[in-house]
Design a binder for this molecule. Structure first.
Ligand SMILES: *Cc1c(COP(=O)(O)O)cnc(C)c1O
Length: 399
């Protein structure tokens, strides 16, 4: 049996009714150019080989599939397995799509790669990829975020990246996006705007998914080799949705495998302080594509909150919206408190400090494992490590 989502997106970048290129005509022409270049380059042996070698010898792929024996015993139910994206070079899954985009920029002869960053994770991963590929990198970052996220700013500078402080508006992520975008539009033919998740106009949701799909490909094969079967449940946290779609793609045809995306419920779904876009969002447009969004009556994005800064985005990847509507992926949410509990529990039972983002998926697995038989296997995408969150958590918990 074939499923419609295997051919998605369509040539206009739609996953069902979501996605597309909702941008001015001059930008649409540029996006089409990137799409054409990507479709050509991705099929060349040179590009495929170069990316495969970087994944192996630079990122350290394949990342291990690890059975969390002590966490499983503590929860007393289903067995919990972790896909260790936290062990990648730079400590998270983001390097997978940053390398892909930096390499594409090189093949397209671009002279500069630029992007915005909020907490700095996308900025550091992109600065790393650009240093490796040998392309100038420019990252726009709000002045308030620069103060808050100093270690990441330092790393970007060490990596040779030009960090542009943004002093307009609220001096945070939203203004950094505007600032980076203004710079991009000065010369979109020679610059590449590298997007940090499966969001933005076509072809980015597709490209970023393709670059991340290595995660699920590895995990499925590893699970079969190690356990002689497939997992029953596969779960991952969802901000924009790149680590989740990267994990889910290879499992989409395995009807018996339940796929669950975990969103941030923040301080609670009954408060304004969450970022549960799939659970509580409505259809709308954000950053050049259609998806579920958290928006006001005029379609303006609402302020969102999560203890994990990588998850607080008021939109979500278009493919996730489609997969929710057809019922192939289920979306659940985890609060800040449940996330913190999982962060500490995984650290103390397994000696693995997870990113606060990834802790949402861990928390969800912990929550459901208890009530399930021990024959059940849950695979969690551990999207990143928590070194970056250590000071924040220890202060928060008074450690
Ligand atoms: C950025 C980030 C995320 C959120 O991004 P997605 O595109 O939803 O995957 C999740 N985990 C980690 C560790 C991150 O750095």
């Amino acid at each position: 049996m074939t499923y419609p989502f295997l051919e998605m997106p369509d040539k206009d970048g739609y996953f069902g009714e979501y996605g597309g290129q909702i941008v001015p005509p001059e930008l649409k022409a540029i996006m089409d150019q990137i799409s054409d270049a990507y479709e050509t380059v991705r099929q060349t042996k040179d590009f495929q080989n170069e990316l495969a070698e970087l994944y192996k010898y630079y990122v350290g792929r394949p990342s291990p599939l690890y059975f969390a024996r002590r966490l499983t015993a503590r929860q007393g139910g289903a067995r919990i397995f972790l896909k260790r994206e936290d062990l990648n070079h730079t400590g998270a899954h983001k390097i997978n799509h940053c390398l892909g985009q930096a390499l594409l920029a090189k093949y397209m002869g671009k002279t500069k790669v630029l992007a915005e960053t909020g907490a700095g994770q996308h900025g550091v991963a992109l600065a790393t990829a650009c240093a490796l590929v040998g392309l100038p990198c420019e990252i726009h970052m709000g002045e308030i975020d620069i103060k808050k996220e100093h270690p990441n700013v330092t790393k970007m500078k060490i990596l040779g990246c030009n960090v542009i402080p943004v002093s307009r508006g609220t001096k945070t992520l939203k203004d950094a996006v505007d600032s980076a975008f203004d710079e991009y539009m000065k010369d979109p033919v020679n610059f590449l705007y590298a997007i940090g998740s499966v969001v933005g106009p076509h072809p980015f949701p597709k490209m970023v998914r393709d670059f991340q799909s290595v995660v699920g490909k590895e995990a499925r094969a590893q699970f079969l080799a190690q356990e002689g079967r497939l997992p029953d449940i596969v779960t991952a946290c969802v901000g924009g949705g790149s680590n989740a779609i990267g994990m889910f793609t290879e499992f989409l045809q395995d009807e018996k495998v339940k796929l669950i995306g975990v969103e941030p419920a923040g301080k609670g779904l009954d408060t304004p302080d969450h970022a549960a876009t799939m659970t509580l969002g409505t259809k709308g447009t954000i950053h050049g594509f259609k998806c579920y969004t958290l928006q006001d009556a005029n379609g303006v994005p609402l302020p969102v909150h999560s203890i994990a800064s990588g998850l607080d985005y008021p939109g979500v990847g278009p493919q996730h919206c489609y997969l929710k509507d057809i019922g192939r992926v289920q979306y659940e949410s985890i609060t800040d408190d449940e996330c913190l509990d999982a962060f500490i529990t995984l650290s103390r039972t397994e000696g693995i400090i997870p990113a606060l983002e990834s802790s949402h998926a861990v928390a969800y697995a912990m929550k459901i494992a208890k009530g399930l038989p021990k024959e059940t296997a849950i695979l969690v995408n551990l999207s990143g490590r928590g070194d970056k969150d250590a000071d924040f958590v220890s202060e928060k918990l008074g450690l």
